[in-house]
Design a binder for this molecule. Sequence first.
Ligand code: PBG
Length: 323
Amino acid sequence: MLQRPRRNRKSEAIRQMVQETHVSAANLIFPLFIVEGENQKTEVASMPGIYRYSIDNLLREVESCMKLGLTSFDLFPNIEEALKDKYATESHREGSLYLRAISQVKKEFPEACVITDVAMDPYSSDGHDGIVENGEILNDETLEVLGKMALAHAQSGADIIAPSDMMDGRVGYIRRVLDENGFKHVSIMSYSAKYASAFYGPFRDALNSAPKFGDKKGYQMNPANQREALIEARLDEAEGADFLMVKPALPYLDVIKLLKDNTELPIAAYNVSGEYAMVKAAIQNGWLNEQRAITEVLLSIRRAGATAILTYHAKEVLENKWL
Ligand code: PBG
């Protein structure tokens, strides 16, 4: 045998020398949930180890992440039911929980990268990502709300705006609003291939943001489709996106690879709440080895072609020095 692949696996030193893919702190983005109030830190039942923080505790959490070298954060608000309405006006109201959180994190930690979520659902009394009329999700009318949100986020100090709504034309619309208002340096990370997935369940528990009727299949992508992701990716690229995202990650590694092969833009992948819950539940049952399962998940997403990974595991892998 001339070729014996096992020679390159014979010691830890050689295995590390030939390792093709790595995950480092710089690749990780940590999603954080925010609630109104003071000194709040409540665990999300379906996401062990993940909490909703009031702004004071959010700042402490960001600080402890920064000390671990984790410097990118994606913020999501849990909005009181009483503040929700059809037009998600709370999403761009001056002084709202979310806008205060953005500006306080940026004020305390100017070197942190703050990514903000642009979508109506946490603020919508319908629980949808667009304006609802007679059971329909309106596209172009929704863009106006998204533009206002994106502008409010930029004014509060957001580094990257991440539209997760899947309305057509939103990247171009938001890019124009940002540029016209002097925010040409604010980036857009577009949820390009966002699927109508079962794996968002725990996130909707965390934010209490589940749709009040129907589902999101009229705007999020069909899990059966791969080529359609290319249409979304090309549009977002042409409309000015700086990053393309695939979401969820693990059930869509093929889509990550496909986009990687078809764009020069960096790809982000969202290792979503249901993926986290699935792994944690098995670990809690003693069915998976924690360190090995989690690092394998993150490596596989990088191997498929993601540059950045949004993951609820971000802090624990650094705290435990698993990378
Ligand atoms: C909402 C949004 C969702 C997630 C991120 N932004 C849920 C949804 O589309 O219903 C899910 C993230 C996760 O599950 O971790 N626009």
